[in-house]
Design a binder for this molecule. Structure first.
Ligand SMILES: Cc1cc2nc3c(=O)[nH]c(=O)nc-3n(C[C@H](O)[C@H](O)[C@H](O)COP(=O)(O)O)c2cc1C
Length: 272
């Protein structure tokens, strides 16, 4: 049922909405047969009824937007190199108005200090809620706390292996373990090179359980001019998996480069 505070003032001002708000028409989120029967007794040509229809349209849009856009994402930063990716994801989620629940591991803080100028204050500023990685009593430790998915970015090989085996000693692994058991989306931005058979086995095992394994491998077809271009593209592609379009990185749009011609037998090559 809708409550008055959810209705924009401009719409509420319409007297017909106030009139209908007391009826069962307003109480249902989708028009049902009962509603249609009730509405038959109403003059459908009346301005009040038209206003009510407008209101219904607005109400449907509201419910669609909350279904289509994730509202709450858990973000964990661990001690693999590439902490800047985690920070960029937090910046993007904040811009998109997504509620973030953030954990950074002890070595996540260590690598952040070593490779960036960011501080814990920046992480706090970019998070809606943040937790200590040792606090396994936090809300995200329980499946009863709803969220729309979790991103571990960057994800160390240690955290990868702990998630794979279910060794939930800290909040990051516990929250990931819960995300898997609740069949929610989990993406691991795993970072190491070269990869050993142990790393690869851990990745394959989790991939077989619908976990998204997303190593931060740059795409060069976008002709990146800076590290920031690469970070932006990688972060944007990560958020694609959560139905969030940041619209701030180039996407592949076919061979549109006029300097490149295609030959059936030889493939593509530069024009002379
Ligand atoms: C500067 C620096 C870079 C590191 N880069 C990586 C890396 O790319 N991948 C990785 O698996 N571990 C890396 N490590 C090692 C991890 O920080 C270490 O295994 C740590 O125990 C991970 O713990 P956590 O997953 O709880 O953060 C790095 C460590 C340092 C200090």
């Amino acid at each position: 049922m809708l409550i008055r505070s959810q209705i924009p003032k401009s719409i509420w001002r319409s007297s017909s909405i106030r009139l209908f708000s007391s009826s069962s028409l307003l109480r249902s989120s989708t028009p049902s047969s009962t509603n249609i029967k009730q509405s038959e007794s109403i003059d459908k040509q009346s301005p009040e009824y038209k206003e009510f229809q407008e209101f219904q349209k607005w109400k449907n849009l509201q419910s669609q937007s909350t279904l289509d856009k994730p509202k709450r994402i858990v973000v964990a930063i661990t001690g693999a190199t590439g902490v800047v990716l985690g920070v960029k994801i937090l910046e993007m989620l904040q811009k998109l108005g997504v509620e973030t629940h953030v954990i950074i591991s002890k070595w996540g803080v260590g690598t952040m200090k070593f490779e960036t100028d960011y501080t814990l204050k920046d992480i706090t500023r970019l998070s809606t809620v943040h937790y200590l990685s040792k606090d396994v009593s936090a809300p995200i430790s329980s499946g009863s706390f709803h969220h729309d998915g979790m991103i571990v970015v960057p994800c160390s090989m240690k955290t990868l292996s702990a998630i794979r085996t279910g060794y939930t000693e800290d909040l990051i692994v516990r929250a990931a373990d819960v995300t898997i058991k609740e069949k929610r989306r989990l993406l691991l931005c795993v970072r190491e090179t070269p990869l050993s058979s142990i790393h690869l086995e851990n990745m394959l095992s989790l991939s077989n359980k619908d976990v998204i394994i997303f190593p931060p491998v740059p795409a060069f077809y976008t002709r990146p001019k800076s590290i920031d271009d690469i970070v932006q593209q990688t972060s944007g592609r990560i958020l694609d998996f959560f139905g969030l379009d940041t619209s701030n990185f180039p996407r592949w749009n076919g061979m549109t480069n006029p300097n490149v011609v295609e030959d059936k037998d030889e493939g593509s090559f530069e024009k002379e």
